[in-house]
Design a protein around this ligand. Structure first.
Ligand code: ZN
Length: 236
């Protein structure tokens, strides 16, 4: 199974978790919330064959971690995986809107012309985020746990981007509606563990199989993106 968005660095026993996922043959992208966390985990994750660590800069932490933007630049070439980055204009994030935008512009300037897989957070800012990603010509973007308007989705799809879905989405009316609107060749899966308690991958796969999206299809969607990465960094 494929988990393109997991915060295993925030779990009580990350090593035990990733060792178990690796032993089961799952492919996991561990996202981080700030460059310092990426740096702490990087060496520990390198030895795994199916586990990767993404360099992140969480929009809700923008004010606290603004001074880590230089670290983002410093580490960006160590990995092909970026996340979690993005924008959050919900009530929780709206006060830091301008800092979030400033940080995102620096991050995307740094990612422009690089081939990475990028997991994005877009709560209440789907349209703004999409426009900025397009402005910087960013490729291989995965909209993680999309909760935005259905009307923005066709453009996200038209730009070649993906959506990662989790069990919580398969259990809510609005989540199911969103899943219905994703073409089968753009569906990926995620847990968003440990924050998301409805994060059973197997149940997510069962639900998706029920709407005609097989396990093989999800795997091939993921390998399609992997093929676009710089071969020199495929392991990183
Ligand atoms: Zn997350």
């Amino acid at each position: 199974m494929v988990d393109t968005h997991c915060h295993f660095d925030m779990m009580p026993a990350p090593e035990a978790y990733i060792a178990k996922m690796e032993a089961e043959g799952n492919l996991v992208i561990g996202v981080t919330n700030c460059p310092e966390h990426f740096n702490i985990g990087y060496n520990a994750v390198c030895k795994y064959r199916h586990i990767r660590l993404a360099l992140g800069f969480h929009p809700l932490l923008a004010k606290e971690i603004e001074d880590q933007l230089n670290l983002f630049q410093l580490y960006v070439d160590k990995t092909s995986y970026i996340g979690e980055i993005g924008l959050d204009f919900s009530r929780e994030g709206i006060l830091s809107k301008h800092t979030q935008l400033d940080c995102l512009h620096s991050i995307l300037t740094c990612l422009k012309d690089k081939n990475k897989i990028i997991s994005v957070h877009s709560r209440n800012a789907e349209r703004e985020l999409l426009d900025i990603l397009v402005e910087y010509n960013i490729k291989n973007v995965i909209f993680h746990w999309y909760t935005g308007k259905l009307s923005v989705m066709p453009e996200i799809i038209q730009k070649g981007y993906y959506f990662s879905v989790n069990e919580a989405m398969t259990r809510s009316v609005s989540g199911k509606k969103i899943i219905e609107h994703i073409p089968l060749d753009r569906i990926l899966t995620e847990t968003d563990a440990p924050f998301n308690r409805k994060c059973d991958l197997l149940k997510t796969y069962q639900y998706l199989a029920g709407i005609g999206c097989s396990k093989q299809k999800i795997y091939s969607n993921f390998t399609d993106i992997l093929k676009r990465l710089d071969t020199s960094l495929k392991r990183g």
